[in-house]
Design a protein around this ligand. Structure first.
Ligand SMILES: Cc1cc2nc3c(=O)[nH]c(=O)nc-3n(C[C@H](O)[C@H](O)[C@H](O)COP(=O)(O)OP(=O)(O)OC[C@H]3O[C@@H](n4cnc5c(N)ncnc54)[C@H](O)[C@@H]3O)c2cc1C
Length: 303
């Protein structure tokens, strides 16, 4: 069965265009990744509404595709992506508040949702203060800080799975450290249940978190956040620092001087540079501490 066709049917392109989609051919992925790395995707489709999403998912199942949010947790290949990248815009960026609930489209920015929550006196999402990217990706990857994660505030999630729409209640979803059971789902909307702020200390918590990020993370350089998950009982960044790897560079990819678990693009880094550095870090840590690192950043192969 042919699963990897590279050209989308012209009729489908026309249909999706009529439904409001923007379809880009040979789109450079470096424009859509916070690492600023990646070759061209065969097709890049911006989907603004549910009807278009349904049409797209119903028709592209035989193609290789992936859903992209803000691109702050991905490493694309230098050879790009043979297939279709889809991203949610338009109505998928809407945010509604109803008492202690927030209904957010998967394409909405997490920081916008946090702002809306604060304006409405709702707390809980401080754990994602400063986390770039979209609601869909944050819930998919259970984004958060050390001890708190976004999944704890999810009430229900609307998804497409195998082109069928479902609404999953929180009891039907597992959230663990930087992962959820929502793999192979396209998340479209998330309902959060928050708490009314009674102590009014939410803003100072956000301020402290943001300030700590500024001090400890290389926010002035292109990067994709933490490269590795923290192994149980350890900090990946500290282990990398103890292995004297901070500042080590391969090609244009460098282990940040500020934070051991960040790789920065010094300007001309390729995906190959980053992957070589990741392997070196993994091997060194295994050799020195007998600890196996697992990548947090999503490595997206070209085919
Ligand atoms: C400076 C910096 C700091 C960061 N700090 C943190 C932090 O403190 N905590 C933390 O957890 N993360 C952190 N990150 C990582 C990143 O911001 C999060 O993982 C974020 O949730 C990714 O969002 P995104 O929209 O950019 O996802 P993308 O990078 O676009 O995608 C990430 C993954 O989510 C999937 N995905 C995207 N949208 C959907 C959807 N609608 N349905 C299903 N799957 C989807 C993609 O297919 C991909 O596998 C940081 C990153 C940076 C650059």
């Amino acid at each position: 069965m042919e699963k990897r066709r590279r050209v989308i049917n012209v009729n489908l392109i026309q249909e999706l265009s009529l439904l409001g989609c923007k379809i880009l051919k040979d789109e450079p992925l470096c424009k859509h990744s916070s690492f600023k790395i990646g070759g061209n995707a065969d097709f890049f489709i911006e989907i603004p509404n549910e009807k278009a999403l349904f049409c797209c998912l119903e028709n592209i199942f035989s193609y290789r595709y992936m859903i992209l949010g803000g691109g702050s947790n991905v490493l694309f290949s230098d050879n790009g992506y043979r297939g279709i990248i889809i991203t949610l815009t338009g109505e998928f960026k809407n945010i509604e508040v109803c008492q202690k609930e927030i209904l957010a489209g998967a394409g909405a920015s997490v920081q916008q949702v946090l702002n809306v929550a604060l304006k409405n006196g709702l707390v809980g999402l401080e754990c994602v203060a400063g986390v770039p990217g979209t609601v869909g990706a944050a819930v998919y990857g259970n984004a958060g800080s050390k001890n708190m994660w976004i999944g704890s505030f999810v009430e229900s999630v609307e998804v497409y799975k195998d082109a069928k729409k479902r609404c999953l209640n929180k009891d039907q979803i597992n959230f663990n450290y930087r992962k959820s059971s929502l793999e192979s789902c396209v998340i479209t909307r998330v309902k959060f249940l928050l708490k009314k702020d009674t102590k009014n200390d939410s803003l100072s918590l956000i301020y402290t978190n943001t300030h700590n990020r500024l001090l400890s993370q290389p926010l002035d350089m292109s990067n994709a956040g933490s490269i590795f998950k923290n192994p149980i009982g350890y900090s990946a960044g500290k282990l990398i620092e103890e292995a004297n790897l901070k500042g080590f560079q391969i090609g244009g990819a460098k282990i940040s001087d500020k934070h051991g678990n960040f790789i920065v693009n010094t300007g001309q880094a390729t995906s190959k540079d980053v992957l070589t550095l990741i392997n070196l870090m993994k091997e060194t840590i295994k050799l020195k501490f007998d600890i196996a690192f697992e990548t947090e950043v999503k490595i997206v192969n070209d085919k």
